[in-house]
Design a protein around this ligand. Structure first.
Ligand SMILES: Nc1ncnc2c1ncn2[C@@H]1O[C@H](COP(=O)(O)OP(=O)(O)O)[C@@H](O)[C@H]1O
Ligand SMILES: [Mg+2]
Length: 231
């Protein structure tokens, strides 16, 4: 495998069985994600964008085919190995932030680190670094309910990067934000990609959001239908 390939889907199919009905979401899908890429995935509602992200993040398993990460197959890992792999390599960012409402910003950001062997002092340091990176050092003690949508999404970004994963998976990260705030969040993702070497896969409905990515893939009827390269 060439050095710059981070993630590969090889002939991946996914179907759900509902009663007697079998719904095929993807059939024989191939995708190569290079290290340092920033990919936007667009497509109609129900086209399988979230399902695709969940498979990349090891939250959902393909029905057939293989998923490779950094030269190793990951779709057939045991539950425990998959959880450790995910904690080490993947950061998730969601449309509605998914913060714990009863925990302040710092505690929310700390959550993924509770799965690691870091000491309390080390965790504190990582949390401070991540909050500083998203410009929220002064909000560490604030509760999610005391923050704007944009600030909550920045806390969620800090949580996604706190364990220094290689890959960020973002599902409609600006879907709930106004244009100005959305642009701030997108600039932050772009900075993480350009300056901190994060590989990013972002699902979005918004063509303006997709412009921040290096390339856009359109998902329709289980296939990537068009590939645009943005300079
Ligand atoms: N757990 C599930 N069981 C059955 N069908 C599902 C499940 N998850 C998703 N689907 C179906 O798969 C299709 C794609 O869903 P999704 O990946 O959420 O699409 P998108 O994010 O592009 O809107 C939809 O038709 C949805 O109903
Ligand atoms: Mg979705």
């Amino acid at each position: 495998m060439p050095q710059d390939v981070l993630f590969q889907l090889k002939g991946v199919s996914k179907c759900f069985v509902k009663g007697k009905e079998k719904i095929t979401i993807f059939e024989d899908l191939d995708l190569t994600i290079n290290r340092g890429d920033f990919i936007a995935i667009m497509g109609p509602s129900g086209s399988g964008k979230t399902t695709l992200l969940n498979m990349l993040g090891g939250v959902d398993q393909p029905s057939a085919g293989e998923i490779w990460f950094d030269g190793a197959r990951v779709d057939n890992l045991s539950e425990g190995a998959l959880t450790r792999w995910r904690a080490r390599n993947i950061g998730f960012i969601f449309q509605f932030y998914n913060l714990m409402p009863m925990l302040n910003a710092a505690r929310n950001v700390e959550l993924p680190l509770l799965l690691t062997k870091l000491s309390r002092a080390q965790r504190k340091k990582h949390v401070e670094t991540a909050l500083a990176l998203v410009g929220l050092s002064d909000r560490a003690k604030h509760m999610p309910g005391e923050m704007s949508g944009g600030q909550q999404q920045r806390v969620a970004i800090a949580r996604a990067i706190v364990s220094d994963p290689q890959l960020l998976l973002c599902d409609e990260p600006t879907g709930d934000l106004d244009r100005t705030t959305a642009d701030e969040v997108l600039e932050m993702l772009q900075l993480l990609n350009r300056e901190h070497g994060k590989t990013i896969v972002m699902v979005t409905h918004d063509p303006a959001a997709a412009k921040y990515a290096k390339q856009t893939l359109h998902l329709d009827k289980g296939k990537f239908v068009q590939r645009e390269l943005v300079a």
